[in-house]
Design a protein around this ligand. Structure first.
Ligand SMILES: C[S@@+](CC[C@H](N)C(=O)[O-])C[C@H]1O[C@@H](n2cnc3c(N)ncnc32)[C@H](O)[C@@H]1O
Length: 266
C-alpha cells in the first residue's frame, strides 16, 4: 500500500464485490465477522428500528456496497428503502443479492440471526421477500457532491443510513465534514441519521488491491455530527481484539455506531 487516497474512480474500476464479501463477511473467517463488527451492527440496527422507534416512509442506504445485512431490520420499519452507491458493480451485486441470484453471497445465517432477534417467527424466505419488496430501487450516488443524487431530485427522506462508506469516500477530515453536510440535504429535519464506521483504520485489502481508509476517532465523529446539526440519541464503540494476520489486512482498532436526529439545517 503506497498510502495514496483511493477515490471513487478506483472503486468504480477495481472494487470487487465478491472479493470484499469473502474477505470481510465470510461466516467463519471474515474480518468483520470475527472481530465482532457484524454482530454489533445487527444488534444496534435492531435496537434503532425497534426500541428506539426509528421508522417512516423512506430510508436511503448510502454506500451499501455488495452487502444486504444492514437493511434486514430497516425493512420492517420503512415502507421504502432506496439503495445508493457510487459503483455500478456494487449496485448490480446488491440487486442480485436481494433477488438471491444463484452464486451470490449466502446471507442465510445472518438473515436467520435477525429473524431470531426480532422474535416474531419470521422465516428466512419471508424476510428475503420483505426486503426485496421494500428496496424499490437503487440509484447512483456520490457523497462528495453537494447534491449526492444529482441529477435525481427526491423529497427529503425520514432516515439516511450509511455503514462503512464515508471513511472510504473521504480523503481527509474536512471532506468528511463536507460529506456530512451533503448527505444531510437528503434528510428531513426530525429525521434520523445512522452511521457505522471502523475507527483508526488507514488501509484495507480485498481482491488483490489495497484501499485507503480515513482514520477516524470517536471524538472527531461526535463533534462533526453534532456540528452538522444533529442531536445524538445513541453512540457506542466496541474494541477489536488484536490479531496480527487480520490487522495486516485491515488495521482498524474499534467499531463505531451512532444514531442521531437532525435538528437543523446548516
Ligand atoms: C467498504 S464498502 C462498504 C460496504 C457496506 N456498506 C458494508 O457495510 O460493508 C464502501 C462503499 O462505499 C462506496 N463509495 C466509495 N466512494 C463513494 C462515494 N464518493 N459516494 C458513494 N459511495 C461511495 C463504495 O462503492 C463501496 O460500496
Amino acid at each position: 500500500m503506497d498510502g495514496e487516497f483511493t477515490g471513487k474512480e478506483i472503486y468504480q474500476d477495481l472494487f470487487s464485490p465478491r472479493g470484499y464479501l469473502d474477505t470481510y463477511y465470510d461466516p467463519k473467517k471474515g474480518i468483520l465477522v470475527t472481530d465482532g463488527f457484524l454482530d454489533f451492527a445487527l444488534r444496534k440496527l435492531h435496537e434503532a428500528f425497534t426500541t428506539r422507534g426509528v421508522k417512516g416512509e423512506v430510508l436511503i442506504d448510502i454506500g451499501h456496497g455488495p452487502t444486504i445485512y444492514q437493511d434486514l431490520s430497516a425493512c420492517e420499519s420503512f415502507k421504502e428503502i432506496i439503495g445508493a452507491d457510487y459503483t455500478d458493480r456494487n449496485r448490480e451485486y446488491y440487486e442480485g443479492a436481494l433477488r438471491n441470484d444463484p452464486g451470490t453471497f449466502d446471507w442465510t445465517g445472518v438473515i436467520k440471526q435477525v429473524c431470531e432477534m426480532e422474535g416474531k417467527g419470521t422465516t428466512v424466505e419471508e424476510k428475503r421477500e420483505k426486503l426485496r419488496n421494500t428496496v424499490k430501487r437503487t440509484v447512483k450516488c456520490d457523497v462528495t457532491k453537494s447534491k449526492p443524487l444529482h441529477p435525481l431530485v427526491l423529497p427529503q427522506v425520514d432516515c439516511v443510513m450509511t455503514l462503512g462508506c464515508l471513511e472510504c469516500a473521504c480523503k481527509d477530515l474536512d471532506t468528511y465534514r463536507d460529506v456530512l453536510k451533503n448527505i444531510s440535504t437528503l434528510l428531513k429535519i426530525g429525521g434520523h441519521l445512522i452511521i457505522t464506521e471502523i475507527l483508526n483504520c488507514t488501509t484495507y485489502y480485498l481482491g488483490g488491491k489495497w484501499f485507503s481508509c480515513l482514520s477516524l476517532s470517536e471524538e472527531f465523529l461526535r463533534n462533526a455530527i453534532t456540528e452538522a446539526g444533529y442531536a445524538i440519541i445513541d453512540l457506542e464503540v466496541i474494541p477489536r481484539p488484536y490479531d496480527k494476520d487480520q490487522y495486516r489486512l485491515c488495521d482498524h482498532d474499534s467499531s463505531f455506531f451512532i444514531l442521531a436526529r437532525k435538528v437543523r439545517d446548516i
